[in-house]
Design a binder for this molecule. Structure first.
Ligand code: 0CN
Ligand code: SF4
Length: 318
């Protein structure tokens, strides 16, 4: 008689908050409501949020994802992604008579308005962010070309040469590592004591809270999975934060089917979190897959409770 071998115990330490933020929730709702109101196809410029599962689910309902407006036919409805767009994009949509819906997160729009304000005040702007990221392109595109200097690291902040250090401001991408951004900001304040910064941080509440939660659990885990897509800035930052906080075996995984379970050899506590664009169903999938292989105990570690919500644009809320 053969008996089924007993499953090895594994504690899953779930970070909280994790997963969807208010800006992502709103952006996805905007696409869903637009599909109801305008019927498929509704075009979406860029991935509405950086998650393959979300994009594929919306595509099944009739959303068509494109990178640029010239791929959108005349008379169509088009949604701009949560990451924001340069000013030229809504201008072009209006010129062509497209129905446009802006799913830019209000916390990204806040940074757009800061950029405009600094420009109007005659200040040169340093943006701390990752070159090529759509949010950075969108924010830089709020002011005339050549106005913003992009820096990514403390070394770059040491090199930047503004025109007039007494007329200088900085803004940041919303999804940076809080600690990395602080190191860059320190250099800027040391070199340019008169630099004007945001009244309240540009790094958003969701990024900050997810990093704080992962920092709390990482030192107590031997391995850690961040559920998210590789092109998601905030998700990628969570892997870096976890690694630096003491969990060397920290990885980004898109969903359960992609997990390399050999990561868990010798591991008794696995940390799990999810980026702001990763739906909770993907976390549940990983938990279910772990239960098939291990005798799972769940432990949730909450560092704060989030209550932020954002309204839909007026055109869709009626
Ligand atoms: O993963 P996201 O779609 O975007 P990034 O983290 O790459 O900026 O998450 C939503 C965040 C925003 C804006
Ligand atoms: Fe908005 Fe932050 Fe969510 Fe991005 S991560 S959509 S900035 S709340």
């Amino acid at each position: 008689m053969s008996s089924v071998p007993a499953k090895r115990p594994l504690t899953l330490v779930l970070a909280s908050p994790r997963g969807f933020c208010a800006g992502v929730d709103r952006a996805i709702h905007i696409v869903e409501k637009a599909l109801e109101k305008y019927q498929a196809p509704v075009y979406v410029r860029h991935e509405i949020v950086h998650n393959r599962f979300v994009v594929e689910s919306l595509a099944q309902k009739g959303a068509v994802f494109v990178e640029e407006l010239d791929e959108v036919p005349d008379d169509a409805a088009v949604v701009f992604s949560a990451h924001g767009v340069p000013k030229t994009v809504p201008e072009e949509a209006d010129r062509r008579g497209l129905t446009s819906l802006d799913a830019t997160c209000p916390l990204v729009t806040k940074v757009h308005r800061e950029a405009e304000l600094h420009y109007d005040m005659g200040r040169q702007i340093i943006m701390i962010g990752h070159a090529g990221h759509p949010e950075v392109i969108g924010t830089i595109g709020q002011v005339p070309e050549g106005t913003v200097m992009l820096v990514g690291t403390p070394a770059e902040a040491e090199m930047v040469q503004p025109r007039d250090p007494s007329m200088l401001a900085y803004i940041t991408q919303t999804t940076l590592s809080v600690d990395d951004a602080a190191a860059v900001i320190d250099v800027l304040y040391r070199r340019f004591p008169d630099i004007v910064g945001p009244k309240r941080e540009d790094i958003c509440y969701a990024t900050t809270n997810r990093q704080a939660a992962v920092k709390t659990i990482a030192p107590k885990c031997e391995a850690l999975m961040v559920i998210g897509s590789p092109n998601s800035s905030n998700s990628s930052r969570l892997v870096e934060v976890a690694t630096r906080a003491g969990c060397a075996r920290s990885v980004l995984v898109q969903r359960a089917a992609e997990v390399d379970w050999s990561l868990l050899d010798g591991v008794s506590r696995l940390g799990i979190t999810a980026g702001a664009s990763a739906p909770e169903i993907l976390v549940e999938e990983v938990v279910a897959a772990a239960r098939e292989r291990f005798d799972v105990t769940i432990e949730e570690v909450r560092v704060t409770t989030e209550t932020v919500t954002f309204k839909l644009p007026q055109a869709l809320s009626e």
